[in-house]
Design a protein around this ligand. Sequence first.
Ligand code: SIN
Ligand code: FE
Length: 276
Amino acid sequence: MLERGQILQFREPPFAFPTVDQEFLRNQEWAELRMHKNVSYRPGEDVLRGVSGDANTVERVHSIMRNYSARVIEFVGDFLSPYKEKWNLDFASFRPLEEAGRDLPLHKRNDLLHVDAFPSRPTQGGRILRVFTNLNTTRPRVWNTTENFETLAHKYAKPAGLQQIAEDDSFLTRTVQNLGAKLGITAARTPYDMFMLRFHDYLKENTALQTKGPKTEMAFPPSATWMVFTDCVAHAVMSGQYAIEQTFLIPPKALVAPDAAPYRILEGLAGRPLVG
Ligand code: SIN
Ligand code: FE
């Protein structure tokens, strides 16, 4: 059901998350960090980004993020065991700024409906699973969602340029990508990855969808923890402050409902393979 676009919510985090750690994250002076979209932690390399300040504070935030990430990974490994260790661990992030009324460039705005796609981390058909926790003690984190991926793809994949991307066998495109992959700058970007980046931007640019499209509001209360494949569930965050999140990339061979994967739906529409 997750792979088919359902959101699973827990009323409390289903893993240990010490209250003192939650308080420490909330109580920092994050205003000075407006340069960064958020604080990120890379579990593979144990690297923290987006925090400045005195060494003790940075070290404490680092250890909180390290422990949080490890506990989520442990929980997801048990709870969604078909994915365990077949995943690629992506980043964890802490989002300390109020989401309502943020002044960001259009493609970076998270209050516009979009599917997730990461420019620097092509998934080659793999899926983006995210586990969020609302660390706010009084206010919900409010999302809008809209129609499911299949419906959105039927309406918008063509105008977003699916066919051109699917049929672009150009030597130059391939050479540039393969070169990047060889130099270790990027994993090879498949036509699927290129389309999903385009689709992310296209949906944010689509004023009709954003203003008149069907919307379902979801309010995740304090302490709620929710899991969602954000590559198929178009979402927008309308308000809320202090969320923490861990992302997993689930490769096609680990999926339990591969027919529901966005790459398969798009391949059906394009009539061509888009990965591999
Ligand atoms: C996103 O659009 O991926 C961010 C959602 C959130 O921070 O709640
Ligand atoms: Fe998103």
